[in-house]
Design a protein around this ligand. Structure first.
Ligand code: IMP
Ligand code: MG
Length: 185
């Protein structure tokens, strides 16, 4: 999809679900909690590209203790309604995970399939500990039983865009989270 028509682009942005200010407040609390819980521990924040890049960038600046950042990219292949997932890592971490307390920083947990596979792959590498922080949680869509250790916002089953989350690679740069309006451009 290529969008050059600004009016059409904007017409797809339905109502704002979570404002910039609400995100800021929640990030502050989350950053403080992580800084408290991981003080004195080697901490690695792992983000799965691309959706979580904005969340990671803002969250790490609310963390006041030393920490490292790592990125992974994954491609998911899931067939039908089967919960047996297949995730291929297309870009991998450079760090030796056995030296770190790892926090996976996710944009959204939807069915939970991708994250469940990523958790398996990280656990094989034997981190000192592993936790999950997610910006958004859509529990009503869950296929794999899985819960984040910290979830900033729980949202209903509606496709959302902004703050890193995309639709057809667009809207990642919106500073807030909005509901996406389905209609053809
Ligand atoms: P799942 O939990 O394996 O179903 O996949 C989660 C991934 O699907 C997220 O990391 C997002 O990239 C994408 N996703 C799920 N729900 C939404 C949404 O509402 N907006 C944008 N992307 C979404
Ligand atoms: Mg993601």
């Amino acid at each position: 999809m290529t969008v050059t028509d600004k009016e059409a682009y904007e017409s797809r942005i339905d109502r704002v679900l979570i404002s910039e200010e609400e995100i800021k407040q929640a990030l502050k609390r989350c950053g403080e909690q992580i800084s408290r819980e991981y003080e004195g521990k080697p901490l690695l924040l792992v983000s799965v590209l691309k959706g979580a890049f904005v969340f990671l960038a803002d969250l790490c600046r609310e963390i006041s203790i030393p920490c490292e950042i790592g990125f992974m990219a994954a491609q998911s292949y899931f067939e039908g309604t089967s919960s047996r997932g297949n995730v291929q890592i297309t870009y991998d971490l450079a760090q030796d995970l056995s030296r770190y307390h790892v926090i996976i920083v996710e944009d959204i947990i939807d069915t939970g399939r991708t994250l469940a596979e990523i958790i398996k792959l990280i656990n094989i590498r034997d981190p000192l500990s592993l936790k999950v922080v997610t910006l958004l949680d859509k529990p009503s869509r869950r296929v794999v039983p899985l819960e984040a250790d910290i979830s900033l916002f729980t949202i209903p089953d509606h496709f959302v865009i902004g703050y890193g989350l995309d639709c057809g690679e667009y809207y990642r740069n919106l500073p807030y989270i909005a509901e996406y309006k389905e209609k053809s451009l």
